[in-house]
Write a protein that binds this ligand. Structure first.
Ligand code: ATP
Ligand code: MG
Length: 353
């Protein structure tokens, strides 16, 4: 069975962007692939290394697992693990750092965006944030994954993983498959503020765990067409977040078409377009999410058990790969030679005593 590796940073709850960018693909493919989800807390440290951030890992990780389950992830099929609990990922990261250039990493736009979101400039950019895609390559290649379902901002990172895998295989022999990226239906869902993608850290997203009142509040606060100060002014539909979300989450195409027509003609207020969006979201997305969430959340201790068991399984997979890696690189040869020499000296000493 081929393998999937993908995941999320435990920086907060998942949002609608995750659903259409990667989560639906994970759910759809979990029967066909050995699916492994990583909770990437080491990646969180690249922008949030503080003690208070580390303190929140447990709660955020539990939240992510519940988000996965509420979206339809089946814990009997899918493995979920905590990145920092796998020593081999630190090891592989160190080896991979030599297979990519600083210039190659410095050119990646998503790293600049992440630095900006974290209020880091050139002088405060940590070495670890530059190495973000290298650590990600270690995540993906450790279980020797074939497929990586992701959103668009991660596409250039998977490209780095492929380059590192290719370089490794050329230098030391075939150990890693070249991982294929897989984009979701909407590879980058715009934020509710209309500025860039929806993001956990930017506070511009509708969360999968939001209750109905919060969903309504967030939709009501959505950025629309700023030129439209009154309902009778013709508005722009293209790129307008409210219509992007209608297209993404309202399967009633006739209703969406009608709203767009009236919007363009100045015959509908923003309030009505938003209210219809709230209804569509409740009906088509949140009803099912909440039903599943309350079912899973009622099983006490289950989430921790899933994480614990998943991390145990991943430890075994990681050990197997690292054995192959060390063998291919010949890294353990020096120690083997020393051990042999030490043993034979001990034997001779034994004879002469
Ligand atoms: P943060 O702000 O902490 O970076 P995030 O919202 O960007 O959080 P990540 O954990 O970095 O979420 O990303 C997890 C996965 O979700 C990645 O594959 C990413 O490409 C995808 N993703 C994130 N945001 C979106 C979005 N708005 N649209 C589509 N996919 C997304
Ligand atoms: Mg991100």
């Amino acid at each position: 069975m081929q393998r999937i590796l993908t995941g999320d940073r435990p920086t907060g709850p998942l949002h609608l962007g995750h659903l259409v960018g990667t989560l639906r693909n994970r759910v759809r493919l979990q029967e066909k692939y050995d699916t492994i989800l990583i909770i990437a807390d080491l990646h969180m440290l690249t922008t949030r290394p503080g003690r208070e951030d580390i303190e929140r890992i447990t709660d955020n990780a539990r939240g992510l697992v519940l988000d996965y389950l509420s979206a339809g992830i089946d814990p009997d099929r899918t493995t979920i693990y905590l990145q920092s609990a796998i020593p081999e990922v630190y090891e592989l990261n160190t080896l991979f750092q030599n297979l990519v250039t600083v210039n190659r990493l410095a050119r990646i736009p998503s790293l600049k965006e992440m630095a900006q979101n974290a209020h880091l400039d050139e002088d405060s950019m940590p070495y670890g944030l530059l190495g973000y895609p290298v650590l990600q390559a270690a995540d993906i290649l450790l279980p020797r994954a074939h497929l990586v379902p992701i959103g668009r901002d991660n596409l250039s990172h998977v490209e780095v993983s492929r380059e590192i895998a290719r370089r490794f295989n050329n230098l030391y022999g075939e150990v890693f498959p070249l991982p294929e990226p897989l984009l979701g239906d909407i590879p980058s869902l715009v934020g509710t503020d209309g500025r860039g993608k929806a993001s956990k850290s930017a506070g511009n997203a509708i969360m999968l765990s939001d209750d109905a009142a919060t969903v309504r509040k967030r939709v009501r606060g959505m950025f629309t067409d700023p030129a439209r100060v009154r309902a009778d002014i013709p508005g722009t539909v293209e790129g307008n977040p409210v219509f992007v979300y209608h297209d993404a989450f309202n399967p009633d195409a006739a209703e969406v078409e009608e709203l767009k027509e009236r919007y363009r003609a100045g015959r509908v207020g923003d309030g009505e377009v938003k209210e219809r969006l709230v209804e569509a979201l409740e009906r088509n997305v949140f009803a099912e999410l909440r039903e599943r969430r309350s079912r899973w959340a009622s099983e006490k201790g289950l989430v921790d058990e899933i994480l614990w068991d998943g991390t145990e399984r991943m430890r075994g997979i990681a050990r197997d790969t690292m054995r192959e890696v060390r063998k291919a690189m010949g890294l353990d040869r020096a120690m083997v030679r020393m051990r042999r020499a030490a043993e034979s000296r001990a034997k001779k000493k034994g004879v002469s005593d």
